[in-house]
Write a protein that binds this ligand. Structure first.
Ligand code: ARG
Length: 468
């Protein structure tokens, strides 16, 4: 059914049927929460029954109705109704149609849309982190595989985008892998702090009925339940943190993409113009544009914007729930989609990258790259570093512009790399150790990812129980 703001001729209240319906509606966005909403409702009605608040027969009918709705959503048959404003009312309305208003009317006992939406969001976040983490680990694996192939391929290392010291392509690529490792770590932290069920906080002050929030928390796979009902319905820290984590990840991907753009330029020419990088120009026959890298670079813009938008929505909100909070979802969903898309695009691109090794070697043979090494050789012979620095600087000045012609006797870059044995550096021995650590890090990442996949499976498990 097409999503429009067209008024619905239903029993909905007048303000909802008004032409400004789109202003109130969250359905076009929050229907993405429906699976989580349904699983949360199944857990809720089970708890209500255990606590003697809903008769067994009604509880069974409600749970079956909710699972049937899950099937309708999956097959695309669910009758979404714009006039019903959001995902929660759509589900409740459909449930009443399936099981009758008397039974259906019991589901919302001791629950408000305020704790309900917070629950849905936290369950959604699990899946979203799972998706981003999956893409992140895949990209890390691509980069590590490429780094292994090019582990000893020399290239100039840059500071200020100027030739600085010799490194290898492998060492350079692993720098990106470690950034991404911290991103993954941060997402795990975010999930750990968000691993709290808000269900049972009600509108803001719990309930007079004997509910059991710990039971629903456990049923839905949460580590614990909320400490304060006001905090539970107003907290959006999990989304703010997630957006920051995505923003920094997007910044890292953008910086990597920027290097690809530079390296693909004729001035650098470190990369061959493989078709996976992008297409040609519609006007200039000779052009090959690095479109994929450019788009990866640009997507970070909206993710940063999404973070600022959410923080601005949250700033100055009085406790507890405010309708402003409805505006959290569009930006969070947008950022997650942008990052997922960027990771997928880079996952296709990175294994296809072709480095021009002779060109890299040529650039790395720039003798200026070894100026520091020459100063360090003097230091090893007892000269104070500052004096060695001046001496080498003067000899470079006498020999013409830095880094054009190698001065006679400049050692080949491979030997220079060989000597860089300091820990974490680009020398072969240090690089061996680094690869071992990267492999161990990736093994741990894969393990936490499969744990997350298991935990995220809880929602589907609840919705398909008794189907087999
Ligand atoms: N659509 C709302 C949201 O996304 C659900 C909660 C509405 N709560 C309320 N008291 N109106 O935040």
């Amino acid at each position: 059914m097409p999503m429009t703001d067209r008024p619905d001729s239903s029993d909905a209240p007048a303000y909802v049927r008004s032409p400004s319906l789109g202003f109130f509606a969250s359905l076009p966005v929050d229907r993405a929460l429906v699976r989580y909403d349904l699983a949360g409702s199944v857990a809720h009605v089970e708890m209500l029954h255990r606590q003697g608040l809903v008769p067994a027969e009604d509880a069974r009918a409600i749970a079956a109705g909710l699972r049937r709705i899950a099937g309708e959503v999956r097959s695309g048959e669910f009758p979404w109704r714009d006039a019903l404003e959001d995902v929660h009312t759509n589900v409740e309305h459909r449930l009443a149609a399936l099981v009758g208003p008397a039974a259906g009317g019991r589901l919302h006992t001791a629950r408000s849309r305020n704790d309900q939406v917070a629950l849905d969001e936290r369950l959604w976040l699990r899946s979203a982190v799972r998706s981003v983490a999956t893409g992140l680990v895949a990209l890390q694996e691509d980069l590590v595989a490429l780094a292994r192939r090019l582990r000893s391929a020399p290239m100039p290392g840059f500071t200020h985008l100027q030739h600085a010291q010799p490194v290898t392509v492998g060492h350079h690529l692993l720098a990106h892998v470690w950034r991404l490792a911290r991103d993954l770590d941060r997402l795990g932290d975010c999930l750990r702090r968000s691993d709290v069920s808000p269900l049972g906080a009600g509108a803001l002050a719990g309930s007079t009925l004997p509910i059991d929030p710990a039971w629903t928390a456990e049923r839905l796979g949460f580590a614990g339940t909320f400490e304060n009902s006001i905090d539970a319905v107003s907290d959006r820290d999990y989304f703010a943190e997630f957006l920051f984590d995505l923003a920094l990840l997007a910044v890292h991907l953008s910086a990597f993409a920027e290097e690809l753009v530079l390296w693909a330029s004729r001035e650098f020419a470190f990369l061959a113009p493989v078709p996976e990088l992008g297409g040609g120009s519609s006007l200039m026959p000779q052009k090959r544009n690095p479109d994929v890298a450019e788009l990866a670079r640009a997507k970070s813009g909206r993710v940063l914007g999404d973070l600022v938008a959410l923080l601005t929505v949250l700033k100055g909100l009085p406790l507890a729930y405010d309708r402003d909070l409805q505006e959290d979802k569009p930006v969070v969903f947008d950022a997650a989609a942008a990052v997922d898309g960027t990771l997928a695009a880079l996952h296709r691109l990175v294994p296809a990258l072709r480095f021009d090794l002779p060109r890299l070697l040529d650039a790395a043979q720039d003798a200026g790259l070894q100026a520091t090494d020459r100063a360090e050789a003097l230091v090893a012979a007892g000269v104070p570093f500052r004096e060695a620095h001046v001496r080498v600087g003067e000899s470079l000045a006498a020999g013409g512009p830095t880094g054009t012609a190698p001065p006679s006797g400049a050692p080949p870059v491979a030997a220079a790399l060989e000597r860089r044995a300091s820990p974490g550096g680009p020398g072969p021995v240090a690089l061996d150790r680094q690869f071992a650590r990267v492999d161990a890090m990736l093994a741990r990442a894969r393990e936490s990812l499969s744990e997350l996949v298991r935990k995220d499976g809880r929602v589907d498990a609840i919705l398909t129980e008794g189907e087999a």
